[in-house]
Design a protein around this ligand. Structure first.
Ligand code: CS2
Length: 478
């Protein structure tokens, strides 16, 4: 079997690009080419190319970090081609994606990356730089992406090349607005005139993105080789479901994404809130508490009756009442579908993947609902227990005394504080701006303290049981 590439594509038997890849030009530069981008945006573009459209909207992928060299080394010999396998109980669907026309690693050659971003042919810049990537003052997460963006936009401004649309595809509420604020602040420090130009010319649509994409494992590579006969160094395995809802504010043209199933809208906010606060928050809930209970795969946690009931109640009682209705979207169906997606045994989504980078995810996925419930006069005990699960997890030792590997740019500080506090959440509550105003809410602090104490003294299973006894959600209220 020979390695996947343009030259060997003819031997591949799964669906593959039948368009002329050589004729595709890069209209998009994407920063942050991980599994998610390759299972989501790149697939939409590949669909369009397959329909004979969007030839000027190929994707130039960019990796900013030295560790992205692995992606470069996987994709370069494959001419940017890779396999996506959508898996569920119905079976496996593999296809080869051809929309990624080249891949640039910034540390190899920063100038090439700047040139790509500043090229007149580039009209759309898309980002998956993680939830924590938009804080330009966080010493734990250097804002490299914004450096490149500001430099490139300055070149465009000076050369009269014209603006690009900046489309954030991260799981952040108001991701377009947040990207805009970050970039304007960053550029403004360098040159106020640049910030003014960006504010006047560049648009930042928000969008909601969705497709569950676990980390690729060696077993996945073997599957692609054995089941589909493709030798691919970095295939992507994901669920069949995908969704993309995008605000239609593109200042420099756009591919006809609606022809590939994306939904263009005037206001993405209700969609993104539903997704972040049900799906992503649900993931975090199953993730931290699930890890503590000994699970390593999300489908196993989601299939456990106790966890299922807990999550369903957390969603129904504490999240759903906060969500604005979306015409044509039935939240009961949405939640049932989510549970089904979480329980998909064929993608083996890792609990470890869900748990990583909690310092960026928990404040965005769980805490907003907590805050709004408190503002309505309710104490959301189930959400608070999910947050307590994260704090218990951060101690770095599970209920059996085994070490928990914590992946987070703030891992050292988080673990130190979690250990210092033990069942007392206050050392973590007072850490930076992690909890914001919630750190000052007596009701929240008391509820969190009681949840965390419960987890430490009784363990996860017994705590879940106590929280679900009777009608009341808090053991303190029994
Ligand atoms: C997950 C997301 O990282 C997480 O915590 O919730 O990666 C999730 O799988 C995607 O947003 C699904 O679209």
């Amino acid at each position: 079997m020979t390695r996947l590439s343009d030259a060997t594509l003819k031997n591949v038997i799964v669906p593959k690009p039948d368009y002329d890849r050589a004729a595709v030009t890069d209209g998009i530069v994407h920063i942050g080419v991980g599994g998610f981008h390759r299972a989501h945006q790149a697939v939409y573009l590949d669909d369009l190319l397959g329909q004979g459209k969007a030839r000027e909207w190929g994707i130039c992928g960019v990796g900013l970090l030295p560790q992205d060299a692995k992606m470069r080394d996987a994709l370069a010999p494959q001419d940017g081609l890779y396999t996506v396998v959508a898996r569920d109980a119905e079976g496996d669907q593999a296809r080869i994606i051809g929309s990624l026309t080249r891949y640039l690693l910034a540390p190899d050659d920063p100038e090439r990356v700047l040139a790509a971003l500043a090229a007149p042919t580039t009209r759309l810049v898309t980002l998956t730089i993680t939830e924590g990537g938009y804080d330009i003052d966080d010493p734990d997460r250097p804002a490299v992406a914004f450096q490149y963006l500001a430099d490139a936009l300055d070149r465009r401004r000076r050369a009269g090349t014209g603006p690009v649309t900046m489309l954030s595809c991260d799981n952040v509420e108001g991701n377009g607005r947040v990207a805009r604020q970050a970039l304007l602040a960053f550029a403004g420090r360098r040159d106020p005139a640049l910030a003014d130009w960006i504010a006047a010319h560049v648009t930042f649509p928000s969008c909601m993105v969705d497709r569950i994409t676990p980390q690729t494992t060696d077993a996945d590579r073997a599957l692609v080789r054995d089941e589909f006969g493709v030798d691919d160094a970095w295939a992507v395995v994901c669920e069949p479901f995908r969704q993309w809802v995008i605000e239609d504010e593109f200042c420099s043209g756009r591919p006809p994404l609606e022809d590939a199933g994306a939904q263009m809208t005037g206001d993405v906010r209700p969609y993104e809130l539903i997704k972040l606060r049900l799906l992503n928050a649900g993931h975090s809930t199953l993730g931290y508490l699930g890890w503590l209970a000994g699970f390593r795969y999300i489908n196993e946690v989601a299939s456990d009756p106790q966890f299922q009931t807990f999550l369903r109640r957390l969603w129904d009682e504490e999240v759903t009442p906060l969500l604005a209705p979306v015409p044509g979207l039935d939240l009961d169906v949405y939640k049932a579908t989510l549970l089904h997606r979480f329980a998909n045994p064929r993608i083996a989504d890792q609990v470890a993947r869900i748990c990583l980078d909690g310092s960026a995810k928990v404040p965005r996925f769980l805490l907003p609902s907590v805050r709004e419930q408190l503002q309505c006069g309710h104490t959301p005990h189930l959400l608070t227990l999910a947050v307590a699960g994260w704090l218990r997890y951060l101690s770095g030792t599970d209920e059996q005394g085994r070490p928990i590997p914590i992946e987070d740019p703030m891992a050292a500080t988080l673990q130190e504080r979690a250990r210092a506090g033990g069942p007392d959440p206050r050392p973590l509550l007072s850490l930076g701006n992690l909890f914001g105003d919630l750190a000052e809410s007596p009701r929240f602090v008391a509820a969190l303290q009681s949840a965390l104490q419960h987890l430490y003294s009784e363990g996860t299973r017994a705590t879940l049981a106590a929280y679900m006894e009777g009608d009341k959600s808090s053991p303190a209220q029994k």
